[in-house]
Design a protein around this ligand. Structure first.
Ligand code: SF4
Ligand code: SF4
Length: 381
């Protein structure tokens, strides 16, 4: 599949959902269905930052063709802006087969999870949806390696709290992945449909390069769906932190037990390989979990600002919960003084929230000298 032509999308979606029992089996008698796209930040469809608007329309049309669901809403809590601003930038208007709603209020997680995630606020609409359909975009991610079905549900965390949770989980990407997996289990979409018609490679998830990946994929199991995307992109699932955690917790089925229906995955393998945003974590070499933070320290991944691209908007400093970024003095005139300064030695925790929100793509991931010298984890997989 190479385009977002609405007819092609409709027939691809119908074909995709048929082996899962058809849309009626998911919608049932629910009066309302909630769609959770990837609305990272307001960006036009050609940037491949957000789920393509035609996928939202196609899924909404499919849902409305079922016997139930008189109301379909799409919502997310973007890192920058609101769901409505993202929708507008994507070209979604008033007369869509669904309504777009902003997420303003959260509900504190209670029950078994309360102790572990003290004060974790999740969107009530997403957490309590009778039928939640997850609509992720296939992209690279500076910290988690990829963002697809599992990571997309982190959007249930209220916007301004996302960076705080990055900060609380600290430098260890596995700790952050555990949080993401717990959140995914709390919101638990009934169905996941991945938009990989045009994906993003390179400096994802916000400023990478759009690249045709050529497919849509669906599953009731987000972990299995992400693992298949990894197989296509040639990434060992152990190198994706969320999948490593899912495997630990028994949530990811063994790869040989994942039934793949449709064209063989070899059909979609990218040539040249999909370019990543960060060096590969090298977990598939049997590295024990306790060594991961150590290895990450050796790799010493840090944000780096490309001076020539920075417009000193200040978004990066606002997004940094570690307060590691100092904006330049308004009187600064030349050179390094003109761009924000990152305290990578004492404050930065390498969460890459700044890289995610930078509207100019001016922040990239830089590996430390040791990693570069020994060629650890090349960025092309
Ligand atoms: S967000 Fe990007 S463009 Fe804005 S100040 Fe930071 S580095 Fe510069
Ligand atoms: S500077 Fe960027 S990567 Fe470092 S802690 Fe702040 S937001 Fe995270």
């Amino acid at each position: 599949m190479t385009s977002y032509n609405s007819r092609a999308v409709d027939s691809a979606l119908a074909e995709l959902i048929a082996p899962l029992g058809g849309i009626d089996g998911f919608v049932g008698s629910a009066a309302e269905v909630v769609l959770k796209p990837n609305f990272l930040s307001p960006a036009t469809p050609d940037r491949a930052t957000c789920t393509h608007p035609e996928i939202l329309r196609g899924v909404a049309r499919l849902v409305r063709s079922s016997t139930g669901a008189s109301r379909v809403i799409a919502t997310d809590s973007p890192g920058v802006g609101t769901a409505k601003r993202c929708a507008k930038k994507l070209g979604l208007g008033e007369n869509e087969p669904f309504a777009v709603e902003n997420i303003d209020d959260g509900v504190e997680v209670s029950g078994d999870q309360a102790e572990k995630f003290h004060h974790l606020m999740l969107s009530q609409v997403l957490r309590d949806a009778q039928v939640l359909i997850n609509l992720p975009k296939a992209k690279t991610h500076a910290q988690m390696v990829i963002t697809a079905a599992v990571k997309n549900t982190f959007g249930a965390v209220i916007g301004y709290e996302k960076a705080q949770w990055h900060f609380r989980t600290g430098r260890d990407p596995l700790a952050f992945a555990r949080l993401i997996v717990q959140i995914h289990e709390l919101v638990k979409p009934k169905l996941n449909i991945l938009d990989a018609v045009i994906g993003m490679e390179g400096n994802g998830p916000g400023s990478g390069t759009p690249r045709p990946a050529g497919f849509l994929a669906a599953s009731t199991n987000a972990y299995a769906l992400d693992a298949v995307l990894c197989q296509i992109w040639g990434i060992h699932p152990q190198n994706v932190f969320t999948l490593a955690v899912a495997q630990e917790l028994g949530l990811l089925p063994p790869l040989q037990q994942i039934e793949i229906v449709g064209a063989p995955i070899e059909t979609f393998k990218p040539h040249p390989p999909w370019e990543l945003a960060r060096p590969m974590p090298l977990r598939n070499m049997g590295t024990p979990n306790w060594m991961i933070p150590l290895l990450d320290r050796v790799m010493s991944l840090r944000p780096q600002i490309q001076k020539e691209k920075c417009n000193t908007c200040g978004q990066c400093a606002k997004s940094c919960a570690a307060q590691a970024i100092t904006m330049p003095d308004a009187s600064s005139k030349t050179g390094d003084d003109k761009v924000p300064l990152i305290d990578t030695k004492t404050k930065c925790i390498s969460c890459f929230c700044c890289q995610e929100v930078c509207p100019e793509g001016a922040i990239t991931v830089r590996a430390g000298l040791a990693a570069r010298l020994f060629g650890l984890g090349r960025t092309r997989n």
